[in-house]
Design a binder for this molecule. Structure first.
Ligand SMILES: Nc1ncnc2c1ncn2[C@@H]1O[C@H](COP(=O)(O)OP(=O)(O)OP(=O)(O)O)[C@@H](O)[C@H]1O
Ligand SMILES: [Mg+2]
Length: 494
């Protein structure tokens, strides 16, 4: 039984005659209410539904029950027991007769315990005069067990090859945050296409989640294009991520394994912070959503506080998910130029970090780390704070190899050791840039790129670290002792 079902049961056992269920899922709620009605009021307990189109099909009801006040009157007059579900009633709460009807339902039915009126709606609107009477339940989206049952049920209606048990439970976890209707659409697509490979199915689910967040406007789905092999160096960070790869599995949740909350990656520009956020998603098979703090603060979506709050709620709705807050210091800095709104958002964010549902992982990336308030670094908010420094010589060799391969060159034909030395003080983005330029130049001359192309281009690159030496020193000394080096080679430069 899930938590919401237990809450409904408690409300009924507590003889609350007026229960408000906040949920967009009428079908699922009806199923749940039928089960609770049987359990609490007896096998023969009926569940009646009202809507403004269909009215209320109640034996003995008179008048046009499509009118909500008449429907409530019919419920009050009805002699038998049962659950009475009023769909979309909040749209009619500006009518005093409807509010009065609910009040009377409360007064007349309180204590009887066998007639319960449910208001069911995705919207929450409670008139002030009913605040004390209504028992409010925010219904959770289906949990993994319900999702698993639903997927198995849907699967039985199709002919094809059934999914492996392991795939089924992974699919159930990935579907978390979606409604039964959304699950139905995705799984129909999956089953009719005959897809049985886990990656293909997970991709379909990611696409559906992408559509859900697109409706919110300031969240961007980042497709899982970069694999862990595409990230050079950063050994400690990689190890941390690999060790937690299984953490979003159903088994881990069921076994009560502590689920990591988030990661803060700070440090030098162009060294792979954003890349690391993308890698988490592909490694863990969890969709990644990037929140654009500049859009939040733009005012385009209302007040920044409300927009940020809505972002967090939207992401909660599609869990399991990774929320990537890029350049977090832009939103919530404590440094110069910080605003009251920024500070407000920042404290709301910290509270949320502590209370958020477990299957949301935060990846925050930051450059101007000095601007971050001390509370954010404090243990307990993020599981780990990594500092990304310029790559060491060995790491640079790895990065050269990755980008040469990406540009379809054979790294064995290049002197990687030499390139590692040559690029001392460079960041990953500069290495990438050198390879790209070399390829373009060689292509222009109608040839494959060679070592001498790379060598020539390399001579023209002035690394950022040359021009920003002083700032880099500051960042390094700030990070020392406050953050874990993302690279295995830690402080050993060269
Ligand atoms: N460690 C790395 N391995 C492979 N490629 C890298 C690495 N670091 C950087 N790159 C390349 O440089 C590009 C830019 O890196 P990225 O956007 O991750 O930097 P960043 O640390 O987020 O920088 P900024 O602080 O400017 O946002 C990446 O897309 C990637 O191609
Ligand atoms: Mg970045």
């Amino acid at each position: 039984m899930n938590r919401s079902e237990e809450q409904v049961r408690q409300a009924v056992l507590g003889r609350n005659p007026l229960v408000y269920l906040v949920s967009p899922e009428e079908g699922r709620m009806l199923g749940m209410l039928e089960a609770v009605a049987r359990d609490t009021l007896g096998e023969d307990a009926p569940v009646y539904s009202w809507s403004c189109l269909g009215g209320l099909a109640l034996p003995g009801a008179t008048g046009d029950t499509r009118d909500p006040a008449s429907a409530l009157r019919a419920v009050l007059a009805y002699p038998g027991k049962g659950f009475f579900v009023m769909n979309d009633l909040p749209d009619f709460l500006d009518d005093p007769a409807v509010v009065r009807g609910l009040r009377e339902a409360y007064l007349t039915l309180a204590g009887s315990g066998d007639k319960i009126v449910f208001v069911l709606s995705p919207k929450l609107v409670i008139p002030e005069s009913l605040e004390k009477e209504i028992y409010l339940i925010h219904v959770d989206p289906p949990d993994e067990n319900e999702l698993l049952d639903e997927v198995v049920r849907l699967q039985q209606t199709f002919q094809g090859e059934p999914l492996a048990d392991e795939t089924l439970s992974e699919v159930a976890v990935a579907l978390k945050g979606l409604t039964f209707n959304e699950v139905g659409h995705i799984m129909h697509r999956v089953f009719t296409s005959g897809k049985t490979a886990r990656e293909e199915i997970l991709e379909q689910i990611f696409i559906e989640k992408e559509m859900v967040v697109k409706k919110s406007g300031y969240l961007e789905f980042v497709p899982p294009r970069f694999r862990i092999e595409d990230m050079g160096g950063l050994g400690n960070l990689k190890l941390w991520l690999v060790q937690r790869k299984k953490v979003f599995s159903r088994d881990a949740v069921a076994a009560g394994v502590p689920i990591p909350k988030g990661l803060l990656i700070m440090g030098m520009s162009g060294c792979g912070k954003s890349l690391a956020a993308k890698v988490v998603s592909s490694l863990w098979d969890v969709p990644l959503f990037r929140v654009d703090m500049n859009l939040i603060f733009s005012g385009l979506y209302g007040s920044p506080e409300a927009a940020f709050h809505h972002t967090l709620k939207t992401v909660e709705g599609v869990a399991p998910a990774i929320l990537w807050i890029d350049e977090i210091e832009n939103g919530i800095s404590a440094g110069e130029g910080s605003t009251a709104v920024g500070t407000h958002i920042f404290s709301a964010f910290l509270t949320w970090m502590q209370e958020k549902p477990p299957l949301i992982f935060i990846v925050a990336t930051a450059n101007r780390i000095q601007d971050l308030p001390a509370e954010i670094i404090r243990k307990g908010r993020f599981d780990q704070v990594f500092f990304v420094d310029l790559p060491s010589s060995r790491e640079r060799q790895e990065i050269w190899r990755i980008h040469l391969e990406r540009q379809e060159a054979d790294p064995e034909k290049f002197d990687l050791e030499f390139l590692g030395v040559l690029s001392e003080g460079w960041n990953g983005a500069e290495i990438e840039q050198a390879v790209l330029s070399a390829r373009v130049e060689a292509y222009h001359e109608g040839r494959q790129m060679t070592m001498s192309d790379v060598n020539r281009v390399a001579g023209t690159i002035v690394p950022l670290s040359k021009t920003m030496e002083e700032q880099m020193k500051q960042i390094r000394s700030w990070a020392f002792g406050r953050a874990t080096p993302a690279s295995k080679y830690g402080q050993r430069r060269k």
